[in-house]
Design a binder for this molecule. Structure first.
Ligand SMILES: [Zn+2]
Length: 301
């Protein structure tokens, strides 16, 4: 069974949404591509767990991404989840600088912001694609606390994120969100919903990050939220997958001035486009470049 997976869970008789996610193989993929220092790897893995949980909650075909706007030594960090299952991400610092050794969020990003973007392709040609962007102010060193504040303000729903790393080999994330009570709920029901949420929050405030990092979701949840009946739903499997393709890199090339492409081709003999996120390499020989620039040129007149 894949280790990288997300389980939705629900509490009996309480309008609370829960997500549990564990990523391990995805982190191996990142390590194989680039050697990130611990602080950078830790932040990127928390961001990946976060986008996986947020995209599951929204349940759409599109993408959820978190990207930094930084004035700190880590100039860019990006985590993206597409179709609720396909993860990619990257962290960057200036080429001339040494890899950042900072371990705190504020030191890495200079107290900047994260942009959260949610996009969905148009379902029909007549529809507009959906895109939403929000800004998450980074006011503390905990990504979880910054996300809690953002979701409480933007969605008006009390939300709590938790992240626990296990020696950088895996990251486990937990999300708890209080959903609105049923419109037709009686006062008694509303009171009961509030009481359950207060209880569950108190239990969550005591949770063991070590247990979150190590235990399977069923055991972790039953120990942490003792006294509640919790249903852990079937997992959604997650994996590293970049959205780059030869067609996309061809579009990028086509958007460059023709003279620039031709002089590059003359200088190098062929053109190689490398995806900076996954390292995939797309090679263009002179014949490919001429086809790109003059798609009709191979037809016989
Ligand atoms: Zn790629």
């Amino acid at each position: 069974m894949s280790i990288d997976r997300l389980h939705r869970f629900s509490f009996a008789n309480a309008p609370i949404r829960g997500q549990w996610v564990r990523l391990s193989g995805v982190l191996d993929e990142f390590r194989a591509r680039q050697d990130y220092p611990p602080g950078v790897a830790g932040l990127l893995s928390e961001m990946l767990a976060a986008v996986a949980m947020v995209s599951e909650g929204i349940q759409f075909d599109g993408a959820v991404s978190l990207q930094s706007r930084s004035s700190g030594p880590l100039t860019t960090v990006l985590a993206e989840c597409r179709q609720g299952a396909l993860l990619r991400g990257i962290a960057r610092w200036p080429e001339e600088a040494a890899a950042p050794t900072e371990t705190q969020l504020q030191d890495l990003l200079g107290g900047g912001q994260l942009t959260i973007t949610m996009t969905r392709p148009a379902a029909r040609d007549s529809d507009q694609p959906f895109s939403y962007q929000g800004l998450i102010e980074l006011t503390g060193n905990s990504l979880a606390a910054n996300l809690d504040k953002y979701f409480a303000n933007s969605e008006q729903l009390p939300t709590h994120f938790y992240f626990a790393a296990d020696d950088q080999t895996s990251i486990t994330g937990l999300l708890l969100q209080r959903l609105p009570s049923d419109d037709l709920a009686t006062d008694m029901h509303l009171e009961s919903d509030d009481r359950l949420w207060t209880q569950i929050r108190q239990q969550a405030a005591q949770l063991s990050l070590q247990q979150l990092a190590e235990l399977e979701p069923e055991l972790f949840l039953s120990q942490t939220f003792a006294g509640h009946t919790i249903t852990v739903h079937l997992p959604r499997h997650l994996r590293f997958d970049c959205s780059c393709s030869r067609a996309r890199s061809s579009n990028t090339l086509r958007s460059l001035p023709r003279e620039e492409i031709l002089s590059l081709l003359e200088e190098r003999g062929s053109i190689n486009v490398t995806c900076e996120i996954c390292g995939a390499s797309y090679d263009y020989q002179p014949v490919d470049i001429h086809m790109l620039l003059d798609p009709g040129s191979d037809t016989i007149h």
